[in-house]
Ligand binder design. Structure first.
Ligand code: APR
Length: 250
């Protein structure tokens, strides 16, 4: 598998010798699976929808039906999507080299998990997961599966709304996720940063943490990102093109 061009061949040697590899992914990782990114001009969700209205607790409380409907449509899109060659290359590498690869994702889809990276650290939650809007005060807590169907479903006991298990703007990341991601970034020998604009923190800070920890940082993105300065190598291409070229056969 030589002859991919100097940067790829050099990186393959680095990856071959790396005891620990961390992969930070963003929406661009799933773009070739047909899932829209957030900030790509015109196609990005935030160029068509207002994040404050659709991805915040205030927005949900202001119009639960609108927000639930929007997530229901995105959920359908995720269920119809399939892992692309980039997801598959990461899953296959992890199977060949158990314990050497840690995937840290900002994505709320389940394509990494479906491709074999079951241990993916999810920084921004899971779009297919249901949660109560208010913490249920009953013990044992009511199960969202028992919610009365609707847009959105509600608790038959107390009227509590069901909301998607994603991290909305202004909310805390899932407990332990950032700590685990920080640890993976700190210990890795190589970090691949794939398909993120680097616009959202604290996720965007993981590239700098890896660099300060001595890792070789590689960015995979067809466009410039806000964290290109943290990279030792920038590869202008897509996830489905470049991840197989970097990892297959290793
Ligand atoms: N392969 C690799 N990168 C791609 C591809 C592709 N096929 N297609 C687009 N990209 C790049 C774009 O150039 C862009 O830099 O993916 C990036 C997507 O950036 P965003 O849309 O900003 O997505 P992301 O960085 O994941 O956003 C972070 O913001 O809205 C919140 O919670 C949401 O997790 C999300 C967070």
């Amino acid at each position: 598998m030589s002859g991919h061009g100097a940067p790829i061949d050099e990186l393959r040697e680095r990856l071959r010798g790396a005891g620990s590899i961390c992969v930070l992914t963003g929406a661009g990782m799933s773009a070739e699976s047909g899932i829209a990114t957030f900030r790509d001009a015109l196609t990005g969700l935030w160029s068509r929808f207002d994040p404050a209205q659709l991805a915040s607790e205030e927005g949900f409380r202001a119009d639960p039906a609108l927000v639930w409907g929007w997530y229901a449509a995105r959920r359908d899109g995720v269920r119809r999507a399939a892992p692309n060659a980039g997801h598959v290359a990461l899953g296959a590498f992890a199977r060949r080299h158990p314990g050497r690869l840690t995937v840290v994702s900002q994505n709320v889809d389940d394509l990494h998990q479906r491709a074999g990276n079951a241990g993916t650290i999810r920084l921004h939650g899971d779009i297919l997961e249901d949660r109560w809007l208010e913490a249920c005060k009953r013990r044992p807590a009511c199960d969202t599966l028992t919610a009365t169907p609707g847009t959105p479903p509600r608790c038959a006991e107390c009227g509590n709304f069901v909301r998607p298990g994603v991290v909305w703007f202004g909310e805390m990341l899932p407990a332990g996720a950032l700590e685990a991601a920080d640890a993976a970034a700190e210990r890795c020998d190589v970090m691949l940063v794939v398909g993120t604009s680097g616009a959202v923190w604290p996720a965007a800070g993981l590239a700098g943490r890896a660099r300060r920890g001595g890792a070789h940082v590689v960015i995979v993105n067809p466009q410039p990102s806000e964290i290109d300065d943290e990279a030792h190598t920038v590869l202008r291409g897509t996830a489905a093109q470049l991840l197989p070229a970097l990892l297959d056969g290793l």
